[in-house]
Write a protein that binds this ligand. Structure first.
Ligand code: UD1
Ligand code: CA
Length: 475
């Protein structure tokens, strides 16, 4: 039976108190709906239909996958109504799996268990035992323990509210069966909505087999309706991902203080200190150590490299045995070969640094190609921007750039050249030579430090120098 997934994502999410549609609220840095779509894809369905309505264009734009089938639910008349909007797009012979855009942590394994009984004609329902059932629909069973129906919290009496077996909202059924059952759903409830959950009672009375599949943990099926639940889901996902990293062999200083918002691959004996944030695709080689408060997005790091505290690395690649930070910033296009040192307050953008090269303090390297074993002194700046254009700087192997050099691009520093400290280099320099631009140092004989001026003398001097309207400093 081909599988058609229907994801409900049209609701406003009033309980979020947010201008952002609920299904776009970020979980681990990605919209809730993105998590659901990706899990659905793991089942290799024939089609994924997303029912959208509230925040329509914004939701579509945030999930630009070309193969999603967007179904408009112009008015949000309930979850049953939402599914009905998608059914005309679903072939009669397929199996329908209904997912909720606000139930992001369900696993593909659980969904496969849910789809299996539907293939034999049953209505399969994902349920869960939860310690705190508040907000969920309750599973009502008959005296023989068989499922009778689902009661929404708002429609439940006190005894029903005490039931801790809840509806997760997720279900699977043959398309034809689901269509027939939905035709019978009425909006005669507290919210005047067409509840998808009512198909369960209708199936029971109509003689359709109902199969309840228990979710392995309440976390997998938690609905994210408000900011509190969003934070709970974030914490759950953080725990899940931290655990996966530790299973892969990484040592975490504190599994509760790491944020993984992307896909991370680690080698052996990697160490991650507290408050590390990993986003996008991050690959860490064997024995890499990340110090406290480091943020990495789309970064590859070779074996034995150490990144010290408070460094920020984005879209960068770092070779083996490098030393980065503390307080270093690698921006997009930073490419560091082996044994490179980039120290505190050094910013590197769109720049290649050859093996063994060092820029240890207070430096900006932008749009530069730096050879091997180059020493870049403290306070060096590649002046790559003329106000209109960006220009390249090329520094040859073994060059020595003295402290405080301004390299005005486009400019080339020859291999093995030395640049005297404090030079402003505007012309390419030959290999192996010393180049410097430096004003001659003088000594002023008999010079005196200024004496403290009276307020009147101060005002007179400012007026003379800056004109009569100039403002005086406060003291
Ligand atoms: C729903 C279930 C409840 C279950 C809970 C699990 C119903 C009636 N209730 O309640 O039994 O315990 O989920 O999380 O189904 N949506 C639409 N169109 C609509 C209404 C909702 O697309 O007209 C979407 C929402 O965007 C959301 C999902 O359906 O993604 C669920 O809607 P929500 O209002 O959050 O339902 P709950 O009150 O949580
Ligand atoms: Ca919900």
């Amino acid at each position: 039976m081909p599988l058609s997934v229907v994801i409900l994502a049209a609701g406003q999410g009033r309980r979020m108190n947010s201008d952002l549609p609920k299904v776009l609220q970020p979980l681990a840095g990605r919209p809730l709906l993105r998590h659901v779509v990706d899990t659905a894809r793991a089942l290799a369905p024939a089609a994924v239909h997303v029912v959208h309505g509230h925040g329509g264009e914004r939701v579509r734009a945030a999930l630009a996958d070309p193969d999603l089938d967007w179904v408009l639910q112009a008015e949000q008349l309930g979850t049953g109504h939402a599914v009905r909007q998608a059914l005309p797009r679903v072939p009669e012979t397929s199996c329908v799996l209904v997912l909720y855009g606000d139930v992001p942590l369900v696993s593909a394994t659980t969904l496969r268990r849910l789809v299996a009984p539907a293939a034999t004609g049953a209505l399969a329902l994902l349920t869960a035992e939860v310690p705190e059932p508040k907000g969920y629909g309750r599973i009502v069973r008959d005296s023989n323990g068989r499922i009778a129906r689902i009661v929404e919290e708002r429609d439940a009496d006190a005894a029903q509210r005490a039931i801790r077996e809840v509806n997760t909202g997720l279900l699977a059924a043959p398309a034809a069966t689901l269509r027939r059952l939905l035709d019978g759903v009425r909006a005669d409830n507290a919210q005047r909505e067409y509840y998808l959950t009512d198909v369960v009672g209708l199936a029971v009375t109509g003689g359709v087999a109902v199969d309840a599949i228990q979710a392995p943990s309440p976390i997998e099926v938690m609905g994210v309706n408000d900011k509190l639940q969003l934070a709970e889901a974030e914490a759950a996902l953080r725990t899940r991902r931290a655990r996966a990293l530790m299973e892969a062999g990484a040592t975490l200083a504190d599994p509760a203080r790491i944020d993984i918002r992307g896909e991370v691959n680690v080698g052996r004996d990697v160490f991650l200190d507290v408050n590390v944030v990993l986003e996008g695709r991050v690959t860490l080689g064997d024995r890499v150590r990340l110090g406290p408060n480091c943020t990495l997005r789309d970064v590859t790091i070779g074996a034995d490299t150490q990144v010290h505290a408070n460094s920020v690395l984005e879209e960068a690649s770092v070779g083996e045995d490098c030393r980065i930070g503390p307080f270093a910033r690698l921006r997009p296009g930073a490419r560091l070969h082996a044994r490179v040192h980039v120290g505190n307050f050094v910013e590197v953008k769109n720049t290649e640094l050859g093996a063994g090269s060092k820029a240890n303090h207070l430096t900006y390297l932008g749009d530069a190609t730096v050879g091997r074993d180059v020493n870049v002194g403290a306070g060096t700046i590649t002046c790559n921007y003329d106000g209109q254009n960006k220009w390249p700087t090329v520094i040859g192997d073994r060059a020595f750039i003295g402290s405080g050099a301004m390299l005005v691009a486009p400019v080339r520093i020859g291999a093995g050249a030395t640049i005297g400290a404090g030079s402003t280099v505007t012309v390419s320099t030959p290999a192996g030579q010393l180049a410097l631009t430096r004003a001659k140092q003088i000594t002023v004989e008999g010079w005196q430090r200024p004496a403290k001026a009276t307020p009147d003398a101060k005002a007179a001097r400012i007026a003379e120098a800056l004109g009569p309207d100039a403002e005086s400093p406060k003291k």
